[in-house]
Design a protein around this ligand. Structure first.
Ligand SMILES: [Zn+2]
Length: 257
């Protein structure tokens, strides 16, 4: 069985004491690739070091997270752009809009999202979208930028079936993580209605660990719990979920298989 973790921040400090063991457990559980979303200028060095340490498993993205957008947005975007010019990344991410904590920099978030979507088109890369309390605005930006070539993942999707439909109609995949295992989150009922061919798996480690590890540090090996829950919801096998989501993820990130 092969699994792909399309979203994990394994370069963060919370993994520094036992990162090797975390990666080994991922391999032991069938995880073939782990895609690392960048956050901002402060996370690049650690992320690239992890990619260098295990180039067969870990693949870096480049982008500016909406929660790291402030009045210095132009400077932060310059850093992202210089890296995109310098080498190839798996995707532009994570980028998007987050109105949950703070809307002080809403205009700057929109500017950063639009500019990074333009770079993804220019460099022919997928985008990995972070959206929190901002689904309508995110979808509007995607509609505005979609020229037939824009593609990517709506990371940590937890919206309604109608929102899922709008997102997949735009050619985007839905990243499903630990929230699908949470009681009362409602995502389980939505996933039941979704076609497997629109779904990819993610952990968002160290955040959003699936049941029975909810509230604890998440890691890529827990992908089996997420895939197992989706299989149960869809009335299919773990192998079927693994095969479908892995094929979608590899196709999106441009790997031949
Ligand atoms: Zn993330």
């Amino acid at each position: 069985m092969q699994l792909i973790d399309t979203h994990a921040h394994l370069y963060l400090e919370t993994f520094s004491a036992d990162r090797e063991a975390v990666l080994q457990r991922a391999r032991d559980n069938g995880v073939q690739k782990i895609f690392l979303p960048n956050i901002d200028g402060g996370s690049i060095a650690g992320m690239l070091a992890l990619e260098i340490a295990c180039p067969d498993l870990c693949h870096a993205m480049m982008g500016l997270h909406p929660c790291s957008v402030d009045g210095e947005v132009d400077k932060a975007l310059d850093t992202v752009h210089s890296w995109l010019q310098r080498r190839k990344f798996a995707a532009v991410g994570e980028i998007g809009l987050d109105y949950h904590w703070d809307i002080t920099w809403k205009e700057q978030q929109l500017l950063a999202f639009r500019r990074q979507a333009d770079w993804a088109l220019e460099y022919d890369l997928p985008i990995v979208i972070h959206s929190r309390n901002a689904t309508a605005d995110c979808i509007a930006v995607l509609k505005e930028k979609q020229n037939g070539k824009l593609r990517g993942i709506f990371h940590c999707f937890s919206g309604t079936a109608e929102e899922a439909q709008q997102i997949t109609d735009l050619g985007f995949l839905l990243g499903i993580g630990g929230v699908v295992t949470f009681k009362n989150a409602g995502l389980d009922k939505v996933v039941q209605q979704l076609d497997l061919r629109h779904l990819v798996l993610e952990t968002d480690a160290p955040y959003l660990a699936p049941v029975p590890y909810r509230g604890k540090r998440n890691e890529s090996s827990y992908l089996t719990l997420i895939a197992g829950k989706i299989a149960a919801l869809k009335g299919t096998t773990l192998e079927e979920v693994a095969g479908s989501t892995t094929a979608q993820a590899l196709r999106l990130f441009g790997y031949d298989f």
